[in-house]
Design a protein around this ligand. Structure first.
Ligand SMILES: [Zn+2]
Length: 322
């Protein structure tokens, strides 16, 4: 059987990860370069193309269907990355045009959360689904919305920023400049802030094995530590995830009214805690779901591996141009 291949590129502020992806979602080989070593687009794309050529040559692949790129502020319509604050290469970066100087294949960009959602549809647990929403919990909270089998881009290419829906009026300060966004409560940082607030309100305590001791400073607490502590019975860590799940459940129930999805997918580090998050989340979701949607939508975990989703999501994007 002859296989077809695509390149998936995940552009992060620190690293650029690339993968040669077979049509069945297998990453055949990977490569990476440090994004923050570049301040200009031309040498950056030159080196990316060098990596792609090597990946293809080393694996005896002489033809690819296209190059998909997941990037912060990646714009599907223009093929550009628009002024991404966390990149050392500044301005509006026309990746599509620059890459076409080397390779005559489709180049498709989108932001990383949208790419993750599309990857779930092409290679993961949303295969065959036409309506779903993916929430990605990490440093921030991203989302990608698929309606009628299509990823929603909107008029600007920037649709699907449900992490910046204001959930608590005049609540916590968000990186976007507004207050009370979902992200400020349910991102890894938001979860840490909730834990620190609850711990301060609780006062000094005796801790058991696996709990987070008072000697760990607020600035050293991570969402992973809180997750481990919750699973070891730490009541403040458990209360942290109860609050997180409660708020996320409201946000997810609200999102269902928008597009009537068959499923909501979750991915990202903070979701790995399991039941301490998922139990209150499901309870809150069911409690706050509008009754006409009862039983039509459930919450599921991403079926893609955490270390593969970014490359697979990017590679999946080229399916939109086929
Ligand atoms: Zn915000």
């Amino acid at each position: 059987m002859t296989h077809s291949y695509a390149i998936g590129i995940d552009i992060g502020g620190t690293n650029t990860d690339m993968g040669l992806v077979r049509e069945d979602g297998t990453i055949i080989a990977r490569s990476n370069i440090p994004t923050n070593a570049y301040t200009e687009l031309v040498p950056y794309v030159h080196d990316i193309i060098g990596c792609i050529s090597k990946l293809m040559k080393d694996n005896n692949v002489d033809k690819i269907d296209g190059i998909g790129i997941g990037a912060p502020n990646g714009n599907f319509y223009t093929g550009c990355v628009d002024n991404a604050p966390n990149l050392t290469i500044k301005g509006v970066l026309n990746f599509e045009e620059e890459m076409h100087k080397y390779m005559d294949v489709p180049v498709v960009l989108s932001n990383d959360a949208n790419a993750a959602a599309y990857g779930e549809m092409v290679y993961g647990g949303a295969k065959g689904m036409n309506h779903f929403i993916m929430f990605t919990l990490g440093t921030g909270v991203g989302s990608g919305i698929v309606v009628d089998g299509k990823l929603v881009h909107g008029s600007t290419g920037g649709a699907g920023e449900l992490g910046h829906n204001i959930l608590i009026p005049e609540g916590r300060q968000c990186s976007c400049g507004r207050k009370g966004c979902l992200e400020t409560y349910t991102s890894a940082r938001g979860i840490v802030q909730t834990f620190c607030e609850l711990r301060a309100a609780n006062g000094p305590r005796d801790v058991k094995e696996g709990w987070i001791p008072d000697t760990v400073k607020d600035s050293d607490v991570t969402s992973k530590m809180i997750g481990d502590a919750a699973n070891a019975g730490d009541p403040i860590a458990i209360a942290t995830y109860e609050k997180t799940g409660y708020l996320l459940g409201i946000a997810i129930a609200n999102s269902v009214t928008f597009s009537a999805p068959e499923a909501i997918f979750l991915m990202g580090g903070p979701t790995k805690v399991g039941e301490p998050l998922l139990k209150p989340l499901r309870e809150s979701f069911e409690k706050h779901l509008l009754n006409i949607y009862e039983g039509s939508c459930n919450i599921r975990m991403s079926q893609l591996k955490a270390n593969e989703v970014a490359i697979l999501g990017a590679a999946a994007l080229i399916k939109m141009k086929q």
